[in-house]
Design a protein around this ligand. Structure first.
Ligand code: CTP
Ligand code: MG
Length: 583
C-alpha cells in the first residue's frame, strides 16, 4: 500500500501525475507497486505496456500486475456526482473516512469520480453513512455497493465560484485529430508510436476496467462469497484500444479449495453440493443465476443478455457508469492464460504493440474487423498474426511459445483442463532480440508477408513459430496456442480472407511507392500510416485535385505516366508484380 497517512486530502490526482511538474509528488508515491512507480516506467519508455519495454527496470509479471490492480480496485469507489462540484470540499468530505490515495473524474452521461482510498476500511466507513434512496412511488432494491450517488444538500451556495473540474478522457481521438497527428509525425516509425500512444488504454481507463470488475464481483459475491471477477483479453494483455470491450472471468476456483496441511487424521470433509450432468451445464446454470442478479440487482448494469448456448457461454451487458460493454464468462481459464502470454509478448519488445496497434487500426479503418460477431477477422487473430510474423524475422524479434516453455521452471508449470499451458512467466529471464529493424520496414513487410501467405495450405502457429500444414479446410487457420486442436479464426470466410489479402497487398504497394517519393510532412498530404488508415481522405484529396483538370489533360497525364513508369519505374512495377503474383 502506498505511503498512507501523509496528508488529509488526496495525495495527487491522476491528472496531476501526468503533468510535467510532478517530481515532488512522484517521490511521495515512488514505492514499487504504486501508480507513481508505474508512471515512472511509462515515462522511461514511452508507449510501453505496464511492464515497460527495453528499459532496464525489472519487468513485472502478469500476476503481480493483476494482484496490485485488484487490490487497488477493492479500495476504490465510483461516485456519480452533480455536474458542478467543489473538488476540494468533495475530497475533504471523503477523507473523513480515511486518507485517499488517488482520484480522477470522467464524464459519461454525467460526471463521475473514481476515488481510491489507502485502506479498504474507508470504503466500509463510507458505506455505513450512505443511505438507500427513497424514490417516491418507486421502490429501491437495497444493495450496499461501492457505486454511489452524491447529492448536494444545498446546491445554491455550493455551486457558486466553482472552477470547472478537469475530466480524464476515456475515448480515442477522432479520425480528424488522428489524421493531423499522423501527418505531423517525423517518420513512419514516429507515426506508429503516435498511434499507439493515442489509442492504448490510459492509466485511468485501466483503473476503471479493474474497478468495474470489482463492482461486478461484489454482486456475484452475494451468491459465491469467495469468487473473483478478473479482467482478461485486450483490457489486460497490452493490446487494448480505448473503447474495447471488457472481458471478465468469474473465477470460482477458490471456493472450497482446501489446504492438504489443514486436514488431519482419517477424516475428509466435503461440501454437500448439487450435481449436474456436465461442466458445461454447471457453467450455464451459474451464469444464468449471475445474469439474473446483474439484471435485477446490479447497479448500473443494463441490457443484460444471457448467451448460454454459445461455445463459450457468457452474459453480455453494458455497465452504464463506465460505458463498457462487458462479456462475463466462467469456464475459460485458458483465455486468461493466453492473455498472459500476449501480455508477455507485448512487453518483450516495444515494436510489438506499436505494430499490432497499427495493424488493428488499419483493419478497423477498412472494415476488416467489426464490433459485431461475424465472418470477419478478429483483433485477437490479427495480434496472433503479428506475433507470428515477428517470430519469422531474421533474427527473430519474438521467441516461439515452445522456447518460452523450455525456460519455464517448476513454479511456472500450468496444466488447465489437460492442456499444457506452461511457459516462463518471469519476463526478465527472456533475452532481448538482437533484431534492429525499423517499424516502417516491419509494417511494409507484414503486409507483403501476409499478402503472399499460402493461406490455402498453411496454418499460423505461434507455438512453433513456423508455418504448418493446415489440419482442416477453414480459409484461415490460426492455431490456438494452448488448445492446439482449435482454430482461433474458424469463423473467417473465404471472401473476408480475400479482402484482407487484397488490402494487405495494396498497403504494401503504397508503402513501397512512398518509400521512394514521400510527400513532405508540411505538404498536408496524407502519407505513410495516414495514407493507409485514411484511404478515403487520401482518395478525396487526389480526386478533388484531379477534378479541376480537363479530361483531355488527365488522359494525357495518364498516358505520360504509363510511358514513364514503363521506362524508368521497373523496380516499382516489379515490386507490385512480385506482390500480386504469389497466391
Ligand atoms: N479468445 C480465444 N480464442 C478465440 C477468441 C478469444 O482464446 N477464438 C480469448 C483471447 O485470450 C482473447 C480473449 O478471449 O484475448 C477475449 O476475446 P475478444 O474479446 O474477442 O478479443 P480481445 O483480445 O479482447 O480483443 P478486442 O479488443 O477486440 O476485444
Ligand atoms: Mg475483448
Amino acid at each position: 500500500m502506498a505511503a498512507c497517512g501523509v496528508g488529509l486530502l488526496t495525495r495527487l490526482s491522476l491528472r496531476a501525475q501526468r503533468s510535467q511538474v510532478q517530481c515532488p509528488l512522484r517521490r511521495l508515491l515512488s514505492c514499487p507497486g504504486t501508480v507513481a512507480a508505474d508512471l515512472r516506467r511509462e515515462e522511461q519508455s514511452s508507449g510501453s505496456a505496464e511492464t515497460g519495454s527495453e528499459d532496464r527496470t525489472p519487468k513485472k509479471r502478469f500476476s503481480e500486475v493483476q494482484n496490485e490492480r485488484r487490490g487497488q480496485a477493492q479500495r476504490t469507489v465510483l461516485i456519480h456526482c452533480p455536474n458542478k462540484i467543489d473538488e476540494k470540499k468533495f475530497l475533504k468530505f471523503l477523507s473523513q473516512h480515511g486518507p485517499i490515495n488517488s482520484h480522477f473524474f470522467y464524464e459519461s452521461f454525467g460526471l463521475y469520480a473514481v476515488v481510491e482510498f489507502c485502506q479498504k476500511e474507508s470504503v466500509t466507513s463510507l458505506q455505513n453513512i450512505t443511505r438507500t434512496p427513497s424514490l417516491g412511488p418507486e421502490a429501491a432494491i437495497p444493495f450496499k455497493s461501492r457505486y454511489f450517488n452524491l447529492k448536494l444538500r444545498n446546491s445554491s451556495n455550493q455551486t457558486s465560484e466553482l472552477s470547472s473540474i478537469q475530466c480524464s478522457n476515456q475515448s480515442s481521438p477522432s479520425s480528424k485529430k488522428l489524421y493531423q497527428l499522423l501527418c505531423c509525425a517525423e517518420s513512419v516509425d514516429d507515426q506508429l508510436n503516435t498511434l499507439l500512444r493515442e489509442f492504448q488504454l490510459t492509466e485511468e481507463n485501466t483503473r476503471l476496467r479493474y474497478l468495474t470488475c470489482s463492482l461486478i464481483e461484489d454482486v456475484a459475491a452475494a451468491y459465491f462469497p469467495d469468487c473473483a471477477v478478473r479482467p482478461f483479453g485486450s483490457s489486460v494483455n497490452g493490446f487494448g484500444k480505448l473503447g474495447c470491450d471488457l472481458d471478465m472471468f468469474l473465477d470460482l476456483d477458490e471456493i472450497g479449495k482446501f489446504s492438504a496441511q489443514k486436514t488431519s487424521g482419517n477424516f475428509l470433509m466435503e461440501f454437500q453440493v448439487k450435481n449436474v450432468p456436465s461442466e458445461r451445464v454447471a457453467t450455464q446454470k451459474i451464469l444464468s443465476v449471475i445474469g439474473e442478479c446483474l439484471d435485477q440487482f446490479g447497479p448500473g448494469c443494463v441490457g443484460v443478455q444471457k448467451i448460454l448456448n454459445a461455445r463459450c457461454p457468457l452474459v453480455r451487458f453494458s455497465h452504464q457508469a463506465s460505458g463498457f460493454q462487458c462479456d462475463l464468462t466462467t469456464n475459460n481459464r485458458i483465455a486468461l492464460k493466453s492473455s498472459e502470454l500476449l501480455y508477455m509478448y507485448g512487453a518483450l519488445d516495444s515494436r510489438v504493440r506499436a505494430l499490432a496497434f497499427s495493424v488493428r487500426c488499419w483493419a478497423r479503418a477498412h472494415s476488416l474487423t467489426s464490433s459485431i460477431p461475424g465472418a470477419w477477422i478478429t483483433n485477437f487473430s490479427l495480434t496472433m498474426m503479428v506475433i507470428f510474423f515477428l517470430q519469422r524475422r531474421s533474427p527473430p524479434i519474438l521467441p516461439t511459445l515452445d522456447y518460452l516453455k523450455t525456460l519455464a521452471d517448476a513454479e511456472d508449470k500450468c496444466i488447465i483442463e489437460g492442456y499444457n499451458c506452461t511457459f516462463v512467466r518471469d519476463l526478465n529471464r527472456i533475452k532481448p532480440s538482437g533484431n534492429t529493424e525499423t517499424l516502417e520496414l516491419l509494417l511494409k513487410e507484414f503486409f507483403e508477408y501476409f499478402g503472399n501467405f499460402a493461406f490455402n495450405k498453411n496454418s499460423i502457429n505461434i507455438r512453433q513459430g513456423k508455418e504448418q500444414n493446415k489440419p482442416e479446410s477453414s480459409p484461415l487457420h490460426i492455431q490456438n496456442p494452448f488448445e492446439t486442436s482449435l482454430n482461433v479464426s474458424k469463423n473467417v470466410s473465404q471472401s473476408q480472407l480475400q479482402k484482407f489479402v487484397d488490402l494487405a497487398r495494396e498497403s504494401a504497394w503504397i508503402l513501397h511507392q512512398e518509400g521512394k517519393d514521400r510527400p513532405s510532412p508540411s505538404s498536408n498530404q496524407p502519407w505513410g500510416l495516414a495514407a493507409l488508415l485514411l484511404p478515403s481522405v487520401a482518395n478525396n484529396v487526389s480526386l478533388s485535385k484531379k477534378k479541376k483538370k480537363p479530361a483531355s489533360e488527365r488522359i494525357k497525364n495518364l498516358l505520360d505516366s504509363i510511358k514513364s513508369s514503363g521506362a524508368e519505374n521497373s523496380t516499382a512495377t516489379n515490386g507490385r508484380r512480385a506482390i500480386s503474383t504469389r497466391a
